[in-house]
Design a protein. Structure first.
Length: 276
């Protein structure tokens, strides 16, 4: 059986997901529910339909092919009944202005590698490579390991961007083929972490320490969220834990922004915002 990854998109020419110019592959599915998530399309492993209202020309081609009658046209315009949508993507296929896009598909390893190698010259001159992000890429650890192995065989620098909330066996599967881990440490206080992400953080902190013990290269990233971890007390705990227990090559504190709010609207979801 051929190896496939469940992905939403490939972002070319990324400069924020590891060293150099990179291609970032976004994998579907996540077991956290961070209230500030900027990639809500990857929360579920299922395909999701994105609707860009400003691009809709009202042709009703989508309604004509939808067997679920999920596309509704009224005097107020076009809306989607998300409860009826089956995520089949037929509407996106016939949309003439690309107002509809189905996010999520199975990508064969050979097709993915062909796409990634298109930018190999940029990787080489910038000392860049390929990053696998999400969602949580390690939820697909077996297929990811095979993909990373092939990337290394083709001479590509590899990075895995993870929240760390998986059994350590998932890390062990990819460790031999991963040059760099981008590791999220969001919070130290367990109750606070669970309130804002939906899960406790014991496994995350423990896995970070295990990675250090294994000698893995690690960059730690902390999103700084008002009302969550922005208070000096919590930030100090994070900085101390990272410096003393993880000892990464670098620790980056990422300022909060609401750039992902538009995604929520296009997915029929409600975004939560955080003040400064």
């Amino acid at each position: 059986m051929s190896t496939t990854l469940n992905i939403s998109k490939i972002q070319r020419f990324s400069v924020d997901d590891g060293p150099g110019i990179r291609s970032t592959v976004f994998l579907k599915g996540c077991n956290l529910r961070c209230r500030w998530c900027h990639n809500p399309e990857n929360l579920t492993a299922l395909p999701v339909l994105q609707y860009k209202e400003s691009a809709c020309i009202g042709c009703r081609s989508c309604a004509a092919v939808c067997g679920q009658e999920a596309h509704i046209f009224t005097e107020e315009g076009h809306r989607i009944d998300r409860r009826k949508c089956a995520g089949c993507g037929k509407c996106a296929e016939v949309c003439p202005n690309r107002a509809l896009e189905l996010l999520g598909h199975e990508e064969k390893l050979e097709d993915l590698l062909t796409e990634l190698m298109k930018d190999q010259d940029y990787y080489r001159v910038s000392q860049g490579g390929v990053t696998f992000s999400g969602g949580e890429p390690l939820l697909q650890a077996e297929a990811l390991a095979r993909t990373l192995e092939e990337c290394k065989r083709m001479g590509l620098h590899t990075a895995v961007d993870t929240a760390g909330n998986v059994p350590f066996s998932c890390f062990e599967a990819v460790l031999p083929y991963t040059d760099l881990f981008l590791y999220d440490i969001k919070c130290i206080t367990p109750e606070l972490h669970e309130r804002f992400t939906g899960v406790p953080n014991g496994q995350i902190l423990e896995n970070g320490e295990k990675l250090r013990e294994k000698g893995a290269r690690m960059w730690v990233r902390t999103p700084v969220i008002p009302g969550f971890n922005m208070e000096e007390t919590e930030l100090s705990k994070i900085r101390r834990f990272v410096a003393e227990r993880l000892k990464p090559e670098q620790h980056e504190e990422l300022p909060y922004h609401d750039y992902g709010a538009g995604k929520y609207q296009m997915l029929g979801m409600k975004a939560e915002t955080f003040g400064s």
